[in-house]
Design a protein around this ligand. Structure first.
Ligand code: PLP
Length: 437
């Protein structure tokens, strides 16, 4: 690792200088605290990003398998999207009035995801916060349920895990809530008995979950699990909210469409704006019939479910053009086989060295584990080997490949090539050989 660290530093003098400068002015030394989580002595500063590649300020080119942790699932700076953004930016962005793209965007989201009515948000965090409020408003119930080791953005109620049977803040959480047990029930993924017990009190407004966990590594639902989740939530009068922000990698209508799951509310963020901050949530006809008239009524204070820049004209123009030219059936038809090729290459390397590691894939996204794939979030959290992960990432980074900073994940866009995948297979094999000495 020390050798890789030295190589990292020696190759990137300009990033080092910019990092030193930023360290003095920015609270975390970077504009967003997660940017401190990369391997290497300092963050790599990027200059330009296009398609599936980016160039850093030292002129080094990389294959981007992180794609902004799905924020750039489409590939970077698609010319058609850039054109729409530029045009809208020059004709005005923020007026507090709807722009001409609003209905098109909502209709396209309805066509893709099946939910009847749509509303915009600035980010997936934002959308999830709004949805939790609506769910409480509609059901009159105080609590929400989430999966153990889930991640739904910086939403207080969801930053909770199980400690035995107690609900506690995530370990090390910065500024944890006073008592997360008051707001949240936490259940292990793939555990139907625990879900049934959590809903039995009749006080859970909604269950917010990803169809597969993606933020503690990919944890796939077991056969029949999601159907039972749907049945149990319906029986309990608890709204089922599916967060497709990451699982959109499963296809143009996300994992819900791929797997035939029908939620009451669906949240989608990150990639839909082609890089511009934008998110949306859709609600079923039944929820819309109850909620729509209330939102129009001046008796209800809607202060908690929108912001000045929510649904701004730039976001709407970016979403419209992105959904017109990217994240379509034909795009996933290119990206998913690339993810499969990546997974096959890694699996071959694992088999060659007889390691107990495993590969997991969900649509256009794949990853490797240093153990068999776990069935729930706690097992996934326990399986994380940060040191080994950091070595694999740094090795790849030094050879021109950026993996997602958390876990060993790779995400594919239609702009990647088989040569990109084969480069990773080679680099991965060399890293393992170096590890085993
Ligand atoms: N929901 C899921 C499933 C996520 O993975 C994330 C971020 O990783 C979010 C919501 C929050 O997205 P944002 O940080 O863009 O608000």
């Amino acid at each position: 690792h020390a050798e890789e660290e030295s190589r990292f530093v020696a190759d990137r003098p300009r990033s080092a200088a910019l990092a030193a400068e930023a360290a003095d002015a920015l609270l975390a030394g970077v504009p967003m605290p997660w940017m401190t989580r990369w391997p290497g002595a300092f963050p790599v500063f990027f200059e330009t990003a296009s398609g599936a590649r980016f160039t850093d300020v030292d002129g080094r080119e990389y294959v981007d398998l992180c794609l902004g942790d799905t924020g750039a699932m489409t590939g970077h700076a698609l010319p058609a999207v850039t054109e729409a953004i530029t045009e809208r930016a020059s004709t005005g962005i923020t007026t507090m009035l709807p722009s001409t793209d609003a209905a098109w965007v909502a209709e396209e989201l309805r066509r893709r995801f099946g939910l009847a009515r749509w509303q915009m948000a600035m980010s997936a965090t934002d959308a999830n916060r709004f949805v939790l409020r609506f769910a409480r408003h509609l059901t009159g119930r105080p609590k929400v349920a989430v999966m153990d080791w889930c991640y739904h953005g910086t939403v207080d109620e969801t930053l909770a895990v199980l400690d035995g049977d107690k609900v506690v803040p995530r370990p090390g959480a910065l500024g944890p809530q006073v008592d997360v047990a008051l707001t949240t029930r936490v259940v292990p993924f793939n555990d139907l008995a625990a879900l049934e017990a959590a809903l039995a009190h009749g006080d859970v407004a909604c269950l917010l979950m990803e169809p597969a966990l993606t933020n503690i590594g990919i944890v796939l639902p077991e056969e029949g699990y999601l159907d039972e989740v749907r049945r149990l939530t319906r029986e309990a009068g608890t709204l089922l909210v599916i967060d497709e922000t990451h699982t959109l990698c499963a296809g143009p209508g996300g994992a819900t469409r791929a797997w035939g799951l029908v939620p009451d509310i669906l949240v989608v963020g990150k990639p839909i704006g082609g890089g511009v901050p934008a998110a949306a949530y859709g609600v079923s006809q039944e929820v819309a019939d109850r909620l729509g008239p209330q939102m129009l009524s001046h008796d209800i204070d809607v202060a908690g479910v929108g912001g000045t820049l929510t649904g701004n004209a730039l976001a709407l123009a970016a979403v419209r053009r992105t959904l017109s030219v990217a994240l379509r059936e034909e795009d996933f038809a290119v990206a998913i086989p690339l993810a499969q090729r990546w997974a096959d290459g890694v699996a071959r390397g694992i088999a060659e060295h007889g390691l107990p590691w495993h590969v997991q894939r969900l649509g256009a996204r794949a990853e490797y584990w240093f153990c068999p794939p776990p069935r729930d979030g706690a097992a996934a959290a326990a399986a994380v080997d940060e040191e080994l992960e950091a070595f694999m990432h740094l090795w790849a980074l030094n050879r021109g490949i950026l993996l997602t900073p958390f876990h060993n994940m790779a995400l594919f866009s239609p702009h990647h090539t088989e040569a990109d995948v084969d480069l990773h297979t080679e680099v991965f094999g060399d890293a393992v050989a170096a590890l085993l000495g």
